[in-house]
Design a protein around this ligand. Structure first.
Ligand code: C2E
Ligand code: MG
Ligand code: MG
Ligand code: MG
Length: 277
């Protein structure tokens, strides 16, 4: 009897596990053809000057428009893409799509601004990013300053010598790198200082703590002060309220991004904010 229950319990759990894996496998399989089917797209979220609100650039954020599931969040499919090794092809697609987009905006006579592309941990290790970027920028005749990269702290800490050499090559090319989600990882500013990065993006979790009655919370202002001390630009992510925006101006934050200014938008909607040359 006990044996039977044991066996049933075992069957129950293994059924659960295999259901999840099959779901993931199916999604992974779909992801494989998503690129060819044109189901991946990029949305663009404005970056603005914190003081003036003037548009200074954008971040490209990937979306998967699945044929039956609809829009799937990158928080779900980026990890799947990393597991299955598809991340390199998808990352390359994102860089190429941004460059093609910039080229068509330039040809339409729009005053384009730098666009930041997110790079995943696996992609950072596996792909020769400086060469890949040089090739794609040349293919579309895009000035290097128009492409920026967003990496996370853990990517630099994981393999410091690879990271340092990659970052030096990117800097020599004129490609600026920001540290995304800053404050959620090791957050060793002195360690970070050894790498040639241009800006820190303060993680949304620190920005969301700023409200009317949060005077004692000084983490965001401390990050801004230290980053400036190290000669780094500061970008705030996830700015949603006027109170947060005012706090950031008062504490010298350079650039802001968040729903207060704009949500990530389809390319055509974002382009309406670009001035005619
Ligand atoms: P991230 O790079 O830190 O991007 C910021 C995320 O915060 C985006 O979520 C954005 O839509 C969201 N966000 C922006 N402003 C606000 C705000 O005011 N309030 C709130 N609540 N959220 C805001 P999204 O687009 O779902 O992307 C999630 C993450 O997926 C990104 O975090 C990034 O790590 C990753 N990701 C997105 N696109 C790509 C890509 O092309 N390649 C790679 N490797 N990763 C990507
Ligand atoms: Mg980012
Ligand atoms: Mg971020
Ligand atoms: Mg984030």
């Amino acid at each position: 009897r006990a044996k039977e229950i044991g066996r049933n319990t075992f069957c129950y759990f293994s059924a659960e596990i295999s259901t999840t894996s099959i779901g993931e496998l199916l999604l992974e399989n779909d992801l494989f053809t998503a690129l060819e089917r044109g189901e991946l797209l990029l949305h663009y979220q404005a970056k603005v000057d914190s003081r003036t609100g003037e548009l200074v650039g954008a971040e490209a954020l990937m979306r998967w428009n699945h044929k039956t599931h609809g829009l799937i969040s990158p928080q779900i499919f980026i990890p799947l893409a990393e597991e299955s090794g598809l991340i390199n092809a998808m990352g390359e697609w994102a860089i190429r799509t941004v460059c093609a987009q910039l080229r068509s905006w330039i040809d339409e006579g729009l005053q384009v601004l730098p666009i930041a592309v997110n790079i995943s941990a696996h992609q950072f290790v596996q792909q020769a990013l400086p060469q890949l970027l040089a090739d794609i920028l040349a293919e579309f005749a895009i000035p290097t300053q128009l492409i920026e990269l967003e990496l996370t702290e853990s990517m630099l800490m994981g393999n410091a010598s690879h990271a340092a050499s990659t970052l030096h090559q990117l800097k020599d090319m004129g490609i600026e790198v920001s540290i995304d989600d800053f404050g959620t990882g090791y957050s060793s500013l002195s360690y970070l200082h050894q790498f040639p990065v241009h800006a820190l993006k303060i993680d949304r979790s620190f920005i969301s703590q700023i409200n009317e009655n949060s005077e004692p919370i000084r983490l965001a202002s401390a990050i801004i002060a230290m980053a400036h001390e190290l000669g780094l630009q500061v970008i705030a992510e996830g700015v949603e309220t006027e109170v947060q925006a005012r706090y950031l101006v008062e504490h010298g934050c350079d650039i802001s991004q968040g729903f207060l200014y704009s949500k990530p938008l389809p390319a055509a909607d974002f382009a309406k904010q670009l001035k005619l040359g």
